[in-house]
Every structure is written in structure tokens, then in C-alpha cells.
Design a protein around this ligand. Sequence first.
Ligand code: F6R
Length: 599
Amino acid sequence: MCGIVGYIGKREIKSFLIEGLKELEYRGYDSAGIAIIENESMHVFKAVGKIKNLEEKAKDFKTKEFGIGIGHTRWATHGKPTELNAHPHLGEFSYVVHNGIIENYKELKKELENKGYKFISQTDTETIVHLFEENFKHKKDPFKAFKDTISKLKGAYAILLISKASPNTIFFAKNGSPLIIGKNSKNEIFFASSDAPLIGYADEVSYLDDGVFGYADKEKIKAFKDSQEINLEFKPLTMEKEFAQKGGFRFFMEKEIYEQSRVVSETIMGRAIDGKIVFEELEKNFFEGIENIKICACGTSYHAGLSSSYLFERISKIPTSVEIASEFRYKKPLLNKNTLFIVISQSGETADTLEALKMAKNAGLKTLAICNVDNSSIVRIADKTILTRAGIEKGVASTKAFATQMMVLWMLSLYLAQIKGFDISKEIDVLLKVPKVLIVENSLHEKIKRLSKRYLHGHGFFYIGRDIFYPLALEGALKLKEISYLHAEGYPAGEMKHGPIALADPELFTIALMPKNLLYDKIKSNVEELSARDSTILAISPIEFEIADDFIKIKEQNHYMLEYFEMMLIIQLLAMEIAIRLGNDVDMPRNLAKSVTVE
Ligand code: F6R
């Protein structure tokens, strides 16, 4: 997830910007840059990799007087992590930094190219600075030019722009990506995408709302919404850095669960347009000759893969098999060239998944990676990659990475159906509702917190579901065991009577995933069988279920995938609340590592 900082004042600007970017390192990045205007001269430094590379490049530069500056850490989404793609992006006399995704950048870029503008990066961001300069040509007023620029942008953004046309001013805009303005009694003004860089500098901060834009210079901050000037509300700033990095949440895992709505919007952005799925990263003929799909992954990513196999068969009508990468490697698999080989990985570095990918490549299969980290080993080797855009995931237990993987896989199943000429417009309408479903409501979280106290013991948990809710049950069980250290299994509900039901007693907790829109009657009778044997039942469903000991009601929906995403949220929160009650560090569970680079 990219990070932004900005500064107006007399302090040594380079140091503030670089220290600020270091505070944002926890968000993950693959390149960084700063741009400064002092005495009407512009200075820019960019580097790929760690911030120390940027520090090295800028080591001989220091500001001495009043000036303004902007800085950025970039997490690649459009174009590779290179110096040209790193922010700030330059026009002729202006620089911009941007978090988020400009959905309509292609149209804007085309218009600007037709007017003679040359683009040197592959990013969506560069469009903003050229558009600003084009508008400035006509309006001659930098703020009017900025305002017109913002009005043309579709998508999510937090933007800071500086220009020689107004060398003491930072222009800002916020929509969908966070942006904070800070100030202090020394007339300094600060910008950042989270609190952490501002601690120790700003006395008070204003968290900008969506749709707010404006400008700041040494005398004033002017903010607007819907063309009306507004007063920004400033609050005192918390002083704890770690608390600030976690955005006020108790754990990174909790923050990442809450981020899911936003990151899933970013996953969709620019990829679901006019009732069609668009994957810029795939050429049309990539799927030519493909008759079936094989998916390979580990852990949570494997559960996303298994879930998607139901979608590839049901929606795209393509036979799909899924294998755990460590099993696949040594079974001497038979591989055919008409198979598309998909690997799924948050980190892009998981050793078993990487080796499975190499095997498929060596066997001449077309390979596709669904991955969260650009330039990772898996991305470098796969023929094609779709990035999931979850931003860095710090909690060891994967949450938002899973949500974004599922969204990419669902979209891919629709994309393949679209190639075959099936009408997918209704499914796209449903898919666009997912970000809303993923907003964590306080009442839901409080209920799960309360319920969790009843599930701290027992001799085991069975998460059960049918169809695509079976892999979700596997994921629920994995979440619980990895952070609570309680024994949990995921099981296909219809399979319980073939053995596991022998374990049923009041100390066996059954977490039943009971969607209304998919096989409700089937799962209902499976749960009744368990209840009749005295298992304690926690049912998750939109339909009240009398025999459940505990019940979490989800919203009435008309599509099982909306129920899937809401239940995903619930099983994540449940695992987390149980683990917190047991006193565990949910971000760093014992014996586990975030990236498993050994077999
Ligand atoms: C569980 C978890 C792991 C990973 C697995 C694969 O919460 O995070 O099971 O899913 O180690 O990792 P990636 O996706 O990085 O290949």
C-alpha cells in the first residue's frame, strides 16, 4: 500500500520527508521518492528498493530556507517497481504523488497524448500531472487547473501536487484513499497518509473526508467539497507511534480485517467496466487452446484456489483441479499443454508454490500467478500475473490477502465466461456489492466479541459448509487454529456422518456456514444431525435457526457470493476474538512465519 508525506515550512525538508516515509515503511513499498521546491528551484530524488537507497541518492542535498516538499513510497499496481514508475511524477514544471488507482487513466492518457504530451512511466498517476499542466495552460490559475483536474478523475486517490506555477503551495485531494493534514504553532503544515509520520511534529490533525480538495501555503489551508469552501475539523494527535501504525486497532490483523472493504474496491477498480471484466495484464489470446485449469497453492491461498474451482466449473464451465503445492511437487504429476496452470500466493515467495510453478513452466504449460507482491519470485517466473492489490499484510494470519485473491479469482472466472460469450453482467452487478458487504459493523463485531467467551475450551471445532462454503470452512478452521492454538477442522458438511460425527458431544463446537442461496436445506439437515448428537452449534446464516446454541445473523442477500464474503469476515473476527481472549499475540502466532521460503 503506497504512502504519502508532505511538508510546508522552514524545517530541513528532505529529512522530514525521508523520516516520514520511514514511518510508512510498515505499509510495504518497492520504490520511494521525494520532490522539493525551495526558492523556486525544484529538486527530485527517486530510488528503487529500500528508503536507505533514496537517502543515499539525496545525501548531499539539504534545504536551508522556507520550502515545500512531497514524498511517496510506492507499492506497484500499474507497471513494475522501477525508478521511472516511482513517484513523484514530473510534468514540465510540476510534480505529483498519488495513492490509489485512477480508473479512467487510459482515456485521459489518450487525450493527452493526442495533444502531444509524452508519458515516460507506465503508471496511472502520471496522467494527473500532465492533465494539471494542460488545464493550467488554459486557466492560468493553478488552483482552478487543479480543481478541473480532480473533477476529471474517476477512482480512488489521495493526491499531493506541487508546481513552479505556485511554488509555495501544496494542492491536495482525497477520495477513497486516506489523507491527513497536520499543523502546529510554528506555522508548519504537514500531510501524510497515516498518523505515524506526523507524531512529534504536528499538534493537531484533520482526517480528510472523501471528495475534499484544496490547497495550503504558509499562511492558510483552504479546503473545498462540491465546490463549496468547508472548515476542516482538527483534533489533537495521538502520541504513540505503534498505535498510530495500527490505525488505532489492537492488532494489525484487526486493522487488515477492517481494510478489506477498501482493498477489495481497489482489486476491482478498472477491472469491471460497463458490464465487462477487463484484465489489462492479459492478452486476449492468452487463453487460446486452454481446456482445463490446474491451481496450486499453500495454506490460505490454497483455500482461495479451492473456492475458485467451484466458480471456474460453474461459471466458466472449465474443468478445474486444485492441489496443495507441497503434494503436487513430488507426485510426478501428468501435465498437459492444454492446462492453464494458476499459482496463488500472497507473498510470491512460498517455496513449494514457486517450485510447482517452475515444474509447470518446464513442462511447457501456460502459467498465471495471482499474487500480492509485484516483482516477487513467483511474479518474475509466471508468464502472466494478476496483482491482488491488498497492500502489505503484516498479520501472520492472512485476511485481506485472501479476500482480494477471492475477488480476483471470481473476476477471472467471469472473464473466462465472457470469452466464451456468456452473459456475465448480472454477476458483475453482484460483485460490485462486495466492498459494502465487507464493511465491519460495530454491532457485528461487538456480538462476536461477546460470543467468543463461550468458545475458549472444548475438545475441538468443526467448521462445516457445502460447495464453495466448504473451502471457506477450511479457511475458518485454519484461522482459528493458527492464532488460538485450539484444534479446529474444516469439513464438507455432508461428510460428517462418514466418521467425524462420532466426536459429537457438547464440548465439540460446530461452526455451521448456512447460506440461504446455496444448498440451504442440505446443510440444515447436516447440522440437525450434529445437534441431535449434542454438539454445540454456532450457526452463521441469514435464516434464524432454532436449534442453534448460538446464532450470528448475516444480511439477506440474493447471491451466495455475498454471503460468502460476509461469512469470511465473521470467521476472521471470531478467530481473532477467541485468540485475543486467550491472551495470544494474534499478529505473531507461535511457530509461524509470514513468508515460508523453505520446503
Ligand atoms: C494462513 C497463512 C498461510 C499462507 C501460506 C501461503 O493465514 O497466511 O497459510 O496462506 O503460507 O503463503 P502465500 O500466500 O504467501 O504463498
